[in-house]
Design a protein around this ligand. Structure first.
Ligand SMILES: [Zn+2]
Length: 244
């Protein structure tokens, strides 16, 4: 499979050796959310040749999702997003093994879902879920590729337990969460999701430098990228409560 022409252009990139491509194909990546960010992440992972993708989402596809959730087809409105996303992957790259779970994860049901996966991609749309996932990843020593979008702005960072700060070290966890699901549009959400997939590529293959202790911030209205450095915050309540 690695020798097929499908991955030929990957192998022409500096550092993406045959061994690196094989590592991608042997990797297992858990994608939390099959909405806006999840669409782009799943499509890019399937194109890169990540061999096993697990997709978690509890929602049904609605027409209003289709301004940005480009993995889903119009005919799938009313179906589970996980099934719609799996259909796309299987049509696009039948080499990829897809697992799915139509479930909304919480502190009580996540344990079995994360077993066997060392990289989790945060494609949730709610910050409450993102901070929960940050704690789960920290507690179970999983790499977390965080992405978030608020309107025309978005951010990406890669969190490696014991090596980097956590999500709350860089953006302090609020005491309470308000209604804070931001509407987003396709170009911004798919840019951020592409950058998340690129982080997966870097973490799995060792090519390039992942955004460790760095957060990339994109402002779509100004077409500006900024990278801010951060570090583990010794006063971080999340890190100290988990003992990370
Ligand atoms: Zn922290």
């Amino acid at each position: 499979m690695i020798n097929s022409k499908r991955y030929q252009r990957n192998l022409e990139q500096d550092g993406i050796t045959k061994e690196a491509q094989e590592k991608l194909f042997a990797s297992r990546v858990l994608v939390m959310g099959a909405g806006g960010l999840g669409s782009g992440v799943i499509m890019n992972l399937a194109a890169l040749g990540v061999g096993q993708i697990k997709i978690i989402d509890g929602d049904i596809l609605e027409e209003s999702n289709l301004n940005r959730q480009i993995i889903h087809k119009y005919k799938n409105i009313g179906r589970a997003k996980v099934i719609s996303a799996k259909d796309w992957v299987q049509e696009f790259n039948p080499d990829i093994k897809v697992e799915l779970d139509k479930i909304r994860i919480n502190e009580l049901n996540y344990f079995n879902i994360i077993q066997g996966y060392d990289i989790i991609v945060d494609c949730f749309d709610s910050y409450e879920s993102k901070y929960m996932l940050n704690e789960i990843a920290l507690r179970h020593n999983k790499v977390l590729i965080h992405g978030g979008v608020q309107g025309f702005r978005g951010q990406v960072t890669t969190i490696v337990p014991t090596k980097t700060g956590c999500l709350s070290c860089v953006m302090q966890k609020p005491q309470t969460f308000k209604e804070e699901i931001y509407a987003s549009i396709s170009p911004v959400v798919n840019l951020i999701s592409s950058l998340q997939a690129q982080e997966v590529l870097k973490v799995v293959t060792g090519v390039g430098e992942p955004l460790l202790n760095k957060i990339l911030i994109f402002d779509g209205l100004k077409s500006e990228f900024k990278i801010l450095n951060y570090a583990k915050n010794m006063a971080c309540e999340v890190c100290s409560s988990i003992g990370a």
